[in-house]
Design a protein around this ligand. Structure first.
Ligand SMILES: Cc1cc2nc3c(=O)[nH]c(=O)nc-3n(C[C@H](O)[C@H](O)[C@H](O)COP(=O)(O)OP(=O)(O)OC[C@H]3O[C@@H](n4cnc5c(N)ncnc54)[C@H](O)[C@@H]3O)c2cc1C
Length: 670
């Protein structure tokens, strides 16, 4: 599998920051075991549900069952503008966690009487794409229902909005950009172009000079490095990359690191060292594949162990784990320092993580909207439910205000029902001969059922075994293998950017901080939306975090990180935001009490799809059927999409897997 993908580029900077070659923003990947719902919560939930069930004669008649609870229709329902704890927000995940933990009590469901050609579980890019592909074949009159547990659509592709002094500021709450290590497939490219997105215009929408004169800094925190110190010039300058090899020695000299550590960092980043002269390139690659990057630094380069905290989080944005759980060969693929002397032949190697297998062709296919790939979801929605997304072009959609009240109109051929957690999808009859499916979901505290000819599961693999317990144990195990990577993307509205400007910085890495980075938002202007260029004007600052537990196997780190995220209240995250921003930007005059105007924490306990890692997944190195291939086999009238189905955490996978699932569905339908 791994060896077939296009050659890796070495020398490209680690993607903990914007790629200096193409001025791309980074993919920030940063969160996992479920919080047990206590008995009291559980009882309250059930009491509410049962009470509601007894209330309505309309509901008892099966009439307007979906209208009884319809917050989306309320004037002012507009999730992109909500602040506080967003992403997997309160109320979106408890039912699924109860189901997993065996606490979910099935009260008698209400039959809505609705019947569809297709029900899609999950309104992320994969679910919306599946609905789109299905209609292209089945015709625009085909009846489709899309269900999602969140109060907003787009899945990870989420939009954050702020309004300050009459000015609208848009930022991203998750899926950041059209960007993938491997080239987009013809199907995925075709959809992007069908939606009207002009990827080639990226160079024009990025306002390169908006942060002219501002560079990159590194903040060393006292908890990790003994003292708080902001060092300007350390790290890559994303907006004006220089050609210097390695860190600026003058800047490094300022860092609160021992002389031995500074010397070793400089050696690693500037010297050419071959620990295995005469060994063929492929043998070297095999050795690197079997060790962590951390071991490569201390055991092969024999560097002072004090260098490790400086590099520990570098792979967080892509892998969701640190250098203790990333192979040295993947580190080479990502362009981390220390490999030049090995003279490795370019090209990928079986067992490399797909993130480390970059290709030049993929490099050129990049686009970032102010709300990231939420625009892709919004453009898909416009195709599916035109009344809910005004406008006609891929530029005007940026300022279009979605009309949530129109998502689930009874007259729409496609209906999108938010705040609806699917808890069961069952073939009507034996899987081999099933003529349809029954879908049960929880909405407004009540269980509801709908019928459909087929169902596409565009949710997360790990939830599917709980929704479809009739699947074989083999398939359920393969689905459960996909432990998603937890992450937090936070958008902070600040009064102005003067502190950044005074410090001469637009982006600060925090190798030891609670938050990995503090950055001014990507300066893009699309259509009538213009990025903030006025230093005195309000602006969004992005922070990211990847919770994990170094030392454990990757998937256990993700589980531990997820638990941490679910256990951390918003107040604690806010405290961490105020604490870090005051320490990082304080010398520039930043006062969190005065300058922070609003905070949106987008927490994703189930974030990136898990990508196979040679250190922990022997099948990825040695061959054998991949769990994702076993997991995505059709089960009667149930078909599986979503990015987990390809073990690849990118939008193109979400689209490709939707297309494959719909193709299987159509073939099965004959
Ligand atoms: C913070 C972050 C940043 C990212 N950045 C990028 C990037 O820059 N570029 C890129 O290509 N990819 C990025 N990704 C990867 C991203 O996951 C994919 O690009 C893509 O958005 C995934 O789409 P999806 O539809 O497969 O899954 P999702 O977006 O997760 O959508 C699945 C939906 O199904 C819902 N669901 C789950 N269970 C149920 C249930 N029982 N009932 C109803 N609904 C359910 C989920 O809540 C979710 O809304 C990022 C991911 C994260 C978390």
């Amino acid at each position: 599998m791994g060896a077939s993908i296009a050659p890796a580029r070495s020398g490209v900077g680690a993607r903990d920051g914007y790629n200096p070659r193409s001025m791309k923003p980074p993919r920030e990947r940063s969160l996992g075991l479920h919080r047990k719902i206590d008995r009291r919560d559980f009882l309250n939930g059930i009491a509410l549900g049962t009470g509601a069930m007894m209330l309505s004669p309309r509901a008892l008649l099966g009439l307007g069952a979906t209208d009884e609870f319809a917050p989306e229709k309320a004037p002012g329902y507009y999730p992109p503008a909500l602040t506080g704890l967003r992403g997997s927000h309160k109320g979106s995940f408890e039912a699924a966690h109860n189901l997993k933990d065996g606490f979910f009590e099935r009260t008698p469901p209400l039959d809505t009487g609705e019947s569809y050609d297709l029900v899609v579980v999950g309104a992320g890019i994969s679910g919306l794409s599946a609905a789109h592909f299905f209609r292209k074949s089945a015709g625009p009159g085909a009846k489709v229902l899309i269900l999602d547990n969140h109060d907003d659509f787009g899945g990870h592709a989420r939009r954050n909005e702020f309004n300050e002094g009459g000015r609208l500021l848009i930022s991203y709450g998750g899926t950041l950009a059209i960007d993938s290590p491997a080239p987009y497939s013809a199907v995925a490219k075709g959809l992007i172009s069908e939606l009207g997105i002009d990827v080639a215009s990226w160079g024009k929408v990025l306002e390169r000079d908006a942060y002219a004169g501002l560079g990159q800094g590194t903040f060393f925190d006292k908890e990790t490095f003994g003292q708080d110190k902001l060092v300007k010039g350390l790290g890559r300058n994303f907006w004006a990359p220089d050609a210097r090899k390695g860190p600026d020695p003058a800047a490094l000299a300022e860092a609160p690191l021992t002389e031995a550590v500074k010397r070793d960092i400089l050696r690693l980043e500037t010297e050419s060292f071959d620990p295995w002269p005469g060994v063929p390139s492929n043998e070297k690659k095999a050795r690197l594949l079997g060790m962590t990057y951390a071991s490569f630094l201390t055991a092969v380069w024999k560097l002072d162990a004090g260098v490790l905290p400086y590099y520990q989080k570098r792979p967080h944005g892509l892998f969701g784990v640190g250098i203790d759980a990333v192979s040295a060969l993947d580190a080479w693929g990502l362009g981390f320092p220390g490999f030049e002397g090995l003279k490795l032949e370019p090209g990928n190697f079986r067992g490399m993580n797909r993130d480390a297998m970059r290709s030049d062709e993929a490099e050129d296919y990049f686009f970032h909207y102010p709300d990231g790939n939420a625009t892709v979801a919004r453009l898909l929605l416009r195709r599916l439910v035109p009344a809910a997304m005004p406008g006609t072009t891929a530029n005007d959609v940026v300022l279009a205000r979605a009309d949530y009240g129109r998502l689930d109109d009874a007259g729409n051929p496609v209906r999108l029902r938010l705040n609806s957690t699917v808890i069961q999808v069952q073939n009507a009859g034996a899987p081999a001969s099933a003529r349809g499916v029954g879908v049960t979901y929880l909405r407004g505290g009540r269980l509801h059922t709908v019928k459909a000819k087929s169902c596409v599961m565009a949710c997360w693999n790990a939830v599917i075994p709980h929704l479809c317990p009739e699947m074989s144990e083999t398939q359920r195990d393969a689905l459960a293998f996909a432990v998603k990577v937890p992450l937090v993307y936070t958008s902070v509205l600040v009064r102005n950017s003067t502190a950044f400007r005074k410090l001469g910085l637009s982006s600060i890495s925090c190798p030891g901080g609670y938050w990995n980075s503090v950055r001014l938002d990507v300066p893009v202007s699309v259509g009538d939306y213009h990025c903030q260029r006025d230093p005195e004007g309000p602006i969004v600052v992005n922070l990211s975090r990847v919770p994990c537990e170094p030392g454990l196997a990757a998937r256990d780190q993700h589980r531990a990180g997820r638990q941490e995220l679910l256990d951390t209240p918003f107040e604690e995250m806010e405290r961490q935001i105020r604490d870090l921003t005051s320490r990082v930007l304080g010398s520039g005059g930043f006062d969190p009490a005065r300058d922070i105007r609003a905070i949106t924490v987008n927490r994703w306990p189930h974030g990136y799809a898990y990508q196979y890692n040679a250190l922990f997944d022997r099948f990825w190195v040695e061959g054998g059927e991949l769990p994702c291939l076993v997991a995505r086999k059709p089960f009667g009238r149930i078909f599986i999409a979503n990015s987990d189905a390809d073990a690849y955490a990118y939008t193109d996978a979400a689209i490709d897997q939707a297309h494959r699932a719909v193709t299987e569905l159509l073939a099965a339908r004959g």
